[in-house]
Each structure stands twice: as structure tokens, then as C-alpha cells.
Design a protein around this ligand. Structure first.
Ligand code: FMN
Length: 210
């Protein structure tokens, strides 16, 4: 009987590991200081339910952006820009420009708009280096944002990346220049509940080894 229980416990523990990479998929809300990279990755989720009363300082947001700036970029062009709404007035205004996502970000104390400067990443002497063109700026922006959300998790914060947003309204709200492409809005706060982990495809569906 004791043996059967240990076998079931071992099986259960094995089931919580992602195939092939050893990431515990049941990360839960805890990513305490000193967490391993895999623990941070496993506990990061798109959070759509934020705890009321959370305060986040400018210094804390600066630290996250400093980490985002360590992301690689085309020829080190560093074209990602962040517009950080921290005042109640601006936070409310951003939440009014993200459609149905406003319901997902109730109580998130900080809302961040990410953009990239066009015509630099993926360009040489003013001309696109290849067919991807400004897609490379979007690529760099995604890398920066990935660093941002993982650092946020390491610091005990939670995020939601939102592609559904009113780019023109946000441009007007922050005076974002025309040479910048408005990309994702990111909410920052602390989770009120643990989200379910959406399934991932089997690894062999997305990789080919040769
Ligand atoms: C570019 C991008 C745009 C997204 N836009 C939205 C959005 O507008 N609203 C939303 O609720 N989630 C949005 N998401 C979150 C995804 O739905 C989420 O990452 C995916 O379901 C996987 O869940 P997970 O982040 O918890 O692993 C977006 C994610 C990315 C990367």
C-alpha cells in the first residue's frame, strides 16, 4: 500500500513536468526571490484578475525596464520605448482604450504602452535590409517585453500583454510621435487568483531537428 502511494506520488510529480525541459507547469503564484529561471517561467501567466490596493513605485518599474533594456536588438538599435501610466487619471485613460481588456485589468495599478521607433531596426542607411523591414523592430519590441514580464514575475508582479488596443487613442494620450509604432499594452500588478495554464502544443509540432 505504502509502495502504491509512493508510485502515485512519483507519477503525479512527473506529470507536472513539461516534456523535455523540466519546467514545472504548476508554478502557482509564488515566484519568491531566489527562484530559478524555470520557476519564474512556470509561474508567469497572463493575469486577468488583479488584487486591489497594490502599489508599485516608479523605482520598481524603472528596475523592470532596465532589465528589458538588456534584451538584444538589431545592431543594438534599442528602438523600444515605454510610456508608463502610474497616476490614477492616466491609468484610467489607458484602460478606456483597450476595449474588453479593461475588464481584465481592473485593479492593475500600472499600465504600460510599448512602442518602437520605425525605420531603424532591420534597416541600413535608411533602407530595409530585407523583406522583414520594420518587422524586426516588432521582433525587438517583443524580446524587450519578454524580458520585462519575466523580470516582473521574478519581483512578485504579474502582467498581461494586450494586442487589442486603440493605437490612435494611445498615441494621442501620450503624445507618441508618428515615427513610433504602437505595439502592446502591458498591465502590471499582483494577481488576485491563480490562472489556469493554457495548454501548449506538443513539442514535435513546432520543432524539426536535422
Ligand atoms: C502579442 C500578444 C497579444 C495579446 N493580446 C491579448 C489581449 O488583447 N487580451 C488578452 O486577454 N490576452 C492577450 N494576450 C495573452 C495571450 O492570450 C496569452 O499569452 C496566451 O493565451 C498564453 O497564456 P499565458 O500567457 O498565461 O501563458 C496576448 C499575448 C501576446 C503575446
Amino acid at each position: 500500500m505504502k509502495n502504491a502511494i509512493s508510485i502515485i506520488a512519483a507519477l503525479f510529480a512527473a506529470m507536472t513536468l513539461l516534456p523535455g525541459c523540466g519546467v514545472n507547469i504548476e508554478g502557482g503564484s509564488q515566484a519568491a526571490a531566489g527562484s530559478t529561471f524555470d520557476e519564474i517561467v512556470a509561474s508567469r501567466r497572463s493575469v486577468r484578475d488583479y488584487a486591489a490596493g497594490t502599489t508599485i513605485s516608479e523605482a520598481e518599474v524603472r528596475a523592470l525596464i532596465a532589465t528589458a533594456m538588456e534584451a538584444p536588438s538589431w545592431a543594438n538599435t534599442q528602438t523600444t520605448r515605454y510610456y508608463v501610466a502610474m497616476s490614477e487619471e492616466k491609468v484610467t485613460a489607458v484602460k478606456g482604450l483597450i476595449g474588453g481588456n479593461s475588464r481584465n485589468t481592473t485593479n492593475a495599478p500600472v499600465m504600460i504602452v510599448s512602442t518602437f521607433v520605425k525605420g531603424q531596426s532591420g534597416f541600413g542607411r535608411g533602407n530595409p535590409a530585407d523583406a522583414v523591414a520594420d518587422g524586426w523592430g516588432a521582433y525587438d519590441n517583443g524580446l524587450s517585453n519578454a524580458y520585462f514580464i519575466l523580470k516582473a514575475r521574478e519581483q512578485g508582479f504579474d502582467t498581461l500583454i494586450m494586442g487589442m488596443r486603440d493605437a490612435d487613442g494611445l498615441r494621442q494620450l501620450f503624445g507618441i510621435p508618428e515615427n513610433e509604432q504602437v505595439m502592446a499594452v502591458i498591465s502590471l500588478g499582483k494577481r488576485a487568483s491563480d490562472p489556469r495554464r493554457p495548454d501548449r502544443k506538443p513539442i514535435d509540432e513546432i520543432v524539426r531537428f536535422y
